[in-house]
Design a binder for this molecule. Structure first.
Ligand SMILES: [Zn+2]
Length: 356
C-alpha cells in the first residue's frame, strides 16, 4: 500500500526544525521530480458554489439552523475555504500565519486575530500525528486528496493509493465529530465548528476529479495500471500537478480553476440540477465511499482522449506534457457543472442526515 501524496511540499523558506524534518527535506529534494506547489484546491469558486447549492437545498430545514448556529458569523464563502487557508499556518514559525494578502479568498479569515489563533491551534494538532513519510506533507494537507488508480473504478479504504489520513476517511472523521463522537485518529478535530469547516471544504475536494482518482504513467508517457500491487512512485502524476499543459500551467490547476470559468447564470442553473438529482441510497455511513468511487469513474473521463509526452526535465522539474483532445474545454466544463451539482446535493443530504 502506498500513501503517496498528490502534493509533496517542503517550502524552501521553512527552517529545519528537527532531524526528522531535515531528513524529510533532504529526501524531498531527492524526490524533486515529485515536488510541486499547489494552488488552492478546486479554487474558491468551486468550494463556494458547492456550499451555496447545499445551503439552497437546506432552506427552512433544521440542518440549516444547526449549520448557522455552528458557523456563527462565518459566512459560507469563508467557511468553504477555511481548510485551504489554514495551509498558510507555518509550523516552523510558532504556527503563525504566513502568506497574508496572497489569497484573496482568505482575506476575511486573515483579518480576525481570534480566527488565526484557532487556525494555528488546528494545525498544531493536525501537523505530524499521522507520521508523514519522507517527502510527504503535513497531515492536514493530506486530508484533501486520495490516489486510487482510476482503472480500479472505485475507492476501497486500504487499497493502493489510499491512506489512513486521506480525503475519504477525513470526511468520515468530521461526520463522527458532528454526530457527537470522538475524532478518529489520526484526525484531531477539536470541536464541531472545526469539524464542520473541514467537512464543508472536503466535500468540495471530493468532487474535484483530480483530488480523487489518480493516473499513473511510465517514463514513456504510457498509462500504467498498478492493479492491486504496490505503486511505483516514479509513475505518480501527483493529481495532475506533474502533467504540464502547454504553453503554461498544469492539469491540476486547470481543473481547480474550471469552476471560476462558469458564468453566474451557469452557476445559478446548478441549483435546479442539484434539486433534480436522486438521493444517495443506503445508510449514510456508506455514502462517502460511494461518492469517492463515483469521482474515480469521473477521473477516467478527465483523461479520456489525452496523450502524454515521455517524462522530461523541465524548469519546474520532471514532467509529462499532455496533448488535449479538441473538444476538451467544453467537455471539462460540462463535467465540472455536473460535479458541482452533485457536490451541493450530497452536502445537503449529508448535513440532513447529521441534523434530521
Ligand atoms: Zn482542499
Amino acid at each position: 500500500m502506498t500513501s503517496s501524496t498528490k502534493v509533496a511540499t517542503v517550502p524552501s523558506h521553512r527552517p529545519l526544525r528537527s532531524p526528522r524534518a531535515a531528513l524529510k527535506s533532504i529526501t524531498a529534494l531527492l524526490l524533486g521530480s515529485l515536488l510541486t506547489t499547489q494552488a488552492h484546491a478546486f479554487g474558491a469558486a468551486g468550494h463556494a458554489a458547492i456550499g451555496d447549492i447545499g445551503m439552497g437545498l437546506l432552506k427552512g430545514s433544521r440542518a440549516e439552523t444547526e449549520l448557522k448556529r455552528v458557523l456563527g458569523t462565518t459566512a459560507m464563502r469563508d467557511a468553504a475555504v477555511w481548510a485551504d487557508c489554514v495551509k498558510s499556518i507555518d509550523p516552523s514559525n510558532d504556527f503563525k500565519y504566513a502568506n497574508a494578502g496572497r489569497y484573496p479568498e482568505c482575506a476575511v479569515l486573515e483579518s480576525d486575530p481570534a480566527e488565526l489563533a484557532r487556525m494555528g491551534d488546528y494545525v498544531r494538532r493536525n501537523d505530524m500525528d499521522c507520521g508523514p513519510k519522507p517527502g510527504e506533507e503535513s497531515c492536514h494537507k493530506q486530508y484533501h486528496y486520495t490516489n486510487p488508480p482510476l482503472q480500479s473504478g472505485r475507492y476501497v479504504a486500504g487499497a493502493p493509493g489510499t491512506g489512513p489520513q486521506d480525503l475519504v476517511l477525513g470526511i468520515n472523521a468530521t461526520v463522527a465529530v458532528l454526530r457527537g463522537g470522538a475524532s478518529p485518529a489520526p484526525f484531531r478535530f477539536g470541536n464541531e465548528r472545526e469539524a464542520l469547516l473541514v467537512l464543508l471544504h472536503l466535500l468540495g475536494d471530493l468532487h474535484q476529479p483530480l483530488h480523487v482518482g489518480s493516473l499513473y504513467l511510465d517514463g514513456e508517457g504510457k498509462v500504467v495500471d498498478p492493479g492491486t500491487g504496490a505503486i511505483d512512485p516514479a509513475t505518480h502524476t501527483v493529481g495532475g500537478n506533474a502533467i504540464t499543459l502547454m504553453p503554461t500551467g498544469n492539469l491540476h490547476a486547470y481543473w481547480d480553476n474550471a469552476p471560476a470559468r462558469l458564468s453566474a447564470a451557469e452557476l445559478q442553473a446548478l441549483n435546479d440540477v442539484a434539486r433534480a438529482l436522486p438521493a444517495s441510497p443506503g445508510p449514510s455511513a456508506d455514502w462517502t465511499v460511494a461518492w469517492a468511487s463515483d469521482t474515480v469513474r469521473v477521473t477516467a473521463q478527465v483523461f479520456d482522449g489525452m496523450t502524454f509526452s515521455p517524462r522530461a526535465q523541465t524548469l519546474r522539474g520532471s514532467r509529462w506534457i499532455a496533448t488535449l483532445p479538441a473538444d476538451y474545454d467544453a467537455r471539462s466544463l460540462a463535467l465540472t457543472r455536473a460535479q458541482l451539482a452533485k457536490g451541493g446535493a450530497r452536502l445537503a443530504q449529508l448535513l440532513q442526515s447529521i441534523w434530521p
